[in-house]
Design a protein around this ligand. Structure first.
Ligand code: PLP
Length: 427
């Protein structure tokens, strides 16, 4: 029995499903997860000594690669001064200024400790600001696990087939309306009927929790227009896309400016961090300036700020996003060629350093229905064939893939060679 298997068996006794976040349990692909001993650059090393080329990057944060020395040293240096103060520290100010510089629509922002906290707080703020209760999200988009947002959610919730989780009161869920991603006509119709009651639209500007689905031209612009017309708040949930698809996030990439933005993952450089922010006129409604309550014992934690600031410094260097985009394109090209060689129908999406791979003969995938029509069994077999060869893809057909700057040409070539073998075996 491997050490991972022993640990997984032990974990079942005291941790629900043996994991602290559901998708890690491999439920949707079958088999058992490996336990990680250490991570370095593009690689994870499991407790049994096997090396994997990692295309998850801790679900997004590891844009610079694992255990980046600049971030590590910043964390060690900050730790020497204490782990948490519960009082303001200078790094929080620098962090806010840096984020506002990189994402100018975030005129004011507040730090939190996860993406879930960021979206939950942004929703409360939008409701408090507008005095309206109803919110709109899109089918297959995941915004963390706050009650209002676990309605037709993507990611683990979609994978597990529990889009409406037990424990979310129907009375809460009724204030969350759901539209189809990339279907502008549908949400226009909804606003025509009840726009005056809608506090906000929350959207992943590139959907990354139903695999990877970019917005169709005009979709984000149309959402912007609706919010302007009806006095609703437009929230871009950039927890995944922020600093991933471009330095200024999806809003810079597509040139559409939201009222509020939520961030997470990369902003923490691997530490538990999130942020929400936007227009001053809206952010001024947050306590202690305004009446909308929001707080956090560990918010703005000095170690987390040090990690995040080091990450921001590194990703601000010239050429980072060109390199990341080019590496991602190179990988996709190789995978597509390997699939074509063996006659396996697959379709790819890419935005910057984020990509999706769909087992489908339908061609380009641009909505949730298409994503869920893909051949999940083919994906499962492909996942395991790749894993056996030391290539770690997300253990679900509904997750985006992430590259890092640490992925070398050799890593990409090894991945494509493994895919060639896997596609051949799928035939
Ligand atoms: N929003 C988006 C778009 C996400 O992808 C995620 C997590 O994957 C979240 C919010 C929730 O973030 P966290 O897991 O840090 O709570």
């Amino acid at each position: 029995m491997s050490i991972s298997s022993e640990l997984f068996a032990r974990a079942q006794h005291t941790i629900p499903g043996g994991v602290n976040s559901p998708v890690r349990a491999f439920k949707s692909v079958g088999g058992e997860p490996f336990f990680v001993a250490k991570a370095e650059g593009a690689y994870l090393y499991d407790v049994d000594g096997k090396r994997y080329i990692d295309y998850i990057g801790s679900w997004g944060p590891m844009l610079l690669g694992h255990n980046n020395p600049v971030i590590r040293e910043a964390v060690i240096a900050a730790a020497a001064n204490g782990l948490s103060f519960g009082a303001p520290c200078p790094a929080e100010v620098t962090m806010a200024e840096k984020v506002a510089e990189l994402v100018p629509s975030m005129e004011m922002l507040r730090m939190v400790s996860s993406g879930t906290e960021a979206t939950m707080s942004a929703i409360r703020l939008a409701r408090g600001y507008t005095g309206r209760d109803t919110i709109v999200k899109f089918e297959g988009c995941y915004h963390g696990h706050a009650d209002s947002l676990l309605v037709k959610a993507g990611s683990g919730a979609l994978t597990l087939g529990v889009p409406n989780s037990p424990g979310v009161p129907a009375d809460f869920a009724k204030y969350t309306l759901t539209c189809e991603f990339n279907n502008l006509a549908q949400i226009q119709q909804l606003f025509a009927e009840q726009g005056e009651q809608i506090a906000c639209i929350i959207v992943e500007p590139v959907a990354g929790n139903m695999n990877c689905i970019p917005p169709e031209p005009g979709f984000l612009e149309g959402l912007r227009q609706l919010c302007d017309d009806y006095g609703s708040v437009l929230i871009f949930d950039e927890v995944m896309t922020g600093f991933r698809v471009a330095l200024g996030g999806a809003q810079a990439y597509y040139g559409v400016t939201p009222d509020l933005t939520t961030l997470g993952k990369i902003i923490g450089g691997g530490m538990p961090v999130g942020a929400f922010g936007g227009k001053k006129a809206i952010m001024q409604h947050i306590a202690p300036l305004g009446p909308v309550y929001q707080a956090g014992t560990l918010s703005g934690n000095p170690i987390a700020m040090a990690a995040g600031l080091a990450a921001m410094q590194e990703i601000s260097k010239p050429g980072v996003y060109e390199a990341l985009t080019e590496k991602t394109a190179q990988l996709i090209k190789g995978l597509a060629q390997a699939a074509a060689k063996h006659g396996i129908p697959v379709s790819f999406n890419q935005v910057g350093g984020m990509f999706g791979m769909f087992f489908t003969a339908e061609g380009r995938v641009s909505n949730f229905q298409q994503a869920t029509r893909c051949d999940i069994d083919a994906f499962k077999r492909f996942f395991h064939l790749m894993l056996e060869q030391g290539i770690y893809l997300a253990p679900s057909a509904y997750e985006a893939g992430f590259l890092s700057l640490a992925h070398s040409d050799e890593d990409l070539a090894e991945t494509i060679a493994a895919a060639d073998y896997a596609f051949a075996a799928l035939k």
